[in-house]
Design a protein around this ligand. Structure first.
Ligand code: FES
Length: 127
């Protein structure tokens, strides 16, 4: 699977809206730094976080075991399989939030916003 990613910090800096349909097109047109916007492949045996790290990116994490939500991403397009979850509420799941340390893409193409721990709603989780 191919993952197109965007750093939440960019959205925050430019005052963009996470629910904007054209978010990734806007990001692609901006000439952002490679760590803030780009694409990488996820291999079959990798979680999303592992894939990011193995391709040279530094994404936030802490427990690596699905217990803290520091690694949370917002899935904008595509779907990920997440085997367990003890921290995200059902409302957060409905908004597409997933824990990247234990989740893997199940669609060929994904768009995810990473570094969302400061996104309103998630910042209340005491990360
Ligand atoms: Fe703690 Fe993923 S790093 S839930």
């Amino acid at each position: 699977p191919m993952v197109e990613f965007l750093n939440y910090e960019v959205i925050d800096d430019y005052d963009w809206n996470v629910d904007d349909d054209g978010l990734f097109d806007k990001a692609a047109a901006m000439g952002l730094d490679a760590e803030d916007y780009g694409q990488f492949y996820v291999l079959n045996n990798e979680t999303l976080l592992e894939a990011a790290e193995n391709r040279g990116y530094e994404w936030p994490f802490a427990c690596r075991g699905g217990a803290c939500a520091n690694c949370a991403v917002a899935v904008v397009d595509g779907e990920m399989d997440m085997p367990s979850n003890h921290v995200l509420s059902s409302e957060m799941l409905d908004r597409g939030f997933r824990l990247s340390c234990i989740s893997a893409p199940i669609t060929d193409h994904m768009q995810v916003i990473y570094n969302i721990k400061h996104l309103p709603g998630l910042d209340e989780l005491r990360l």
